[in-house]
Write a protein that binds this ligand. Structure first.
Ligand SMILES: Nc1ncnc2c1ncn2[C@@H]1O[C@H](COP(=O)(O)OP(=O)(O)OP(=O)(O)O)[C@@H](O)[C@H]1O
Length: 367
């Protein structure tokens, strides 16, 4: 295994030029390959131990596929996924199984991911037994401990998933993911399917668990408002590529990529006065198909400030200072070209985040 070690050790996870292509075939008996969906097309980022990286972008831009390819639920087409310096893409058999215990996923739809015919206790106990982490009575004790950890009554172990609310089911999904004592968790839109009133509780729970257990998260969401609480840094994805990455407050106060500016202009502000004045940057057209992405910068077909170069050459992903990366030919002037309404919105969101940062969060239990 030591031969696979290739990292400096500063990061728990390092993703290098990750690509996940899906073949598109036609025909029933003789399947012809008619194209390739480039769901993830050259993504690179690193996550420090104990850090949360938010990953945002519109539906279909490749966020879930990135998460799955990191966990080796999909075997990437190319690129490296270094976990403590070991390239997961090179692991097979028992070595891969052992590594999989340390990297887990929490899914968007907790109901679809919980077996309706198993009791909650058995659902949580299953991975403990599979990985032989406890035996006999100790399994039951561990299940009760996990239920308590996620704010559920341990007596619920004998009930079935349908007997719980959406928020409680997501807590069960979290308990199952944590049952194997992972270091890294991909949270794939964990609150998108929940009522707004419950979303904050689940996000707070994830934050508290991170502090208690020293977890590292990749937190996937489709808008910036969900990730702003939980993320240390945020990566913005568009059509299979990361187009901007920075510390949360920096990304919100000084978005360099016009796509981030547009996403930011859509973040709701819980202040009726500001909200009334809010104007969104409306992006023309839909996200182009990853089957046939535009040449040059993938975003140029919808970009309000695109120039000829953007149509011809792909912009490199460059550090514009202190780890604020962007892939945009006009990144240096984009902030001055940013529409006035979007600038005001960015300022309002940044102020809101600064105010939120001072608040003490508390976990509420759902007994
Ligand atoms: N197994 C697959 N086979 C073929 N294409 C796929 C497969 N999985 C995903 N895709 C395609 O890859 C692209 C990225 O999908 P992905 O689910 O990763 O996006 P996403 O950003 O997570 O979107 P959402 O928020 O809707 O889940 C989409 O065009 C999708 O249709």
């Amino acid at each position: 295994m030591t031969t696979l070690k290739q990292s400096s050790g500063e990061y728990l996870i390092e993703i290098k030029d990750l690509r996940m292509y899906f073949p598109v075939t036609r025909g029933i008996i003789f399947q012809r390959r008619v194209g390739t969906v480039k769901a993830v097309d050259g993504v690179s980022f690193s996550i420090k131990r104990g850090e949360t990286l938010g990953l945002v972008g519109e539906s279909g831009c490749g966020k879930s596929t990135t998460g799955r390819a990191i966990l080796q639920l999909y075997r990437p087409t190319s690129g490296q996924v270094l976990f403590e310096g070991t390239d997961l893409t090179k692991l097979k058999g028992n070595a891969l199984r052992q590594m999989r215990r340390r990297v887990q996923m929490i899914f968007q739809d907790p109901y679809a991911s919980l077996n309706p015919r198993m009791t909650v206790g058995d659902i949580i106990a299953e991975p403990i037994r599979v990985h032989k982490l406890r035996e006999g009575r100790a399994v039951r004790e561990r299940v009760e401990e996990l239920l308590h950890l996620v704010g559920l009554n341990p007596a619920f172990a004998n009930r079935y998933p349908h007997e719980f609310s959406g928020g409680q089911r997501q807590r069960i999904g979290i308990a199952r993911a944590l049952a194997v004592e992972p270091d890294f968790v991909v949270c794939d839109e964990p609150v998108s399917a929940l009522d707004v009133s419950i979303q904050a509780q689940v996000v707070n729970l994830l934050e508290e668990l991170q502090d208690k257990l020293g977890l590292t998260y990749l937190f996937i969401a489709h808008d910036l408002s969900v990730v702003n609480h939980i993320s240390d840094r945020v990566a913005v994805m568009y059509l299979g590529k990361v187009v901007e990455l920075a510390e949360g407050p920096k990304l919100y106060s000084m978005p360099l990529h016009p796509y981030t500016q547009a996403l930011l202009s859509a973040v709701p502000i819980p202040d009726p006065k500001v909200e009334k004045q809010r104007r969104r940057i409306i992006l023309e057209g839909d996200v182009p198909s990853p089957l046939n992405p535009p040449p040059g910068c993938h975003f140029h077909t919808r970009c309000p400030i695109a120039i000829q170069k953007c149509k011809e050459e792909e912009p490199p992903f460059v550090d514009y200072g202190n780890g604020h990366f962007a892939a945009c030919w006009r990144a240096r002037e984009s902030i001055t070209l940013m529409p006035e309404v979007a600038r005001k919105q960015a300022e309002a969101v940044a102020a809101r985040i600064a105010a939120d940062a001072g608040k003490v969060k508390s976990i509420s239990h759902e007994h």
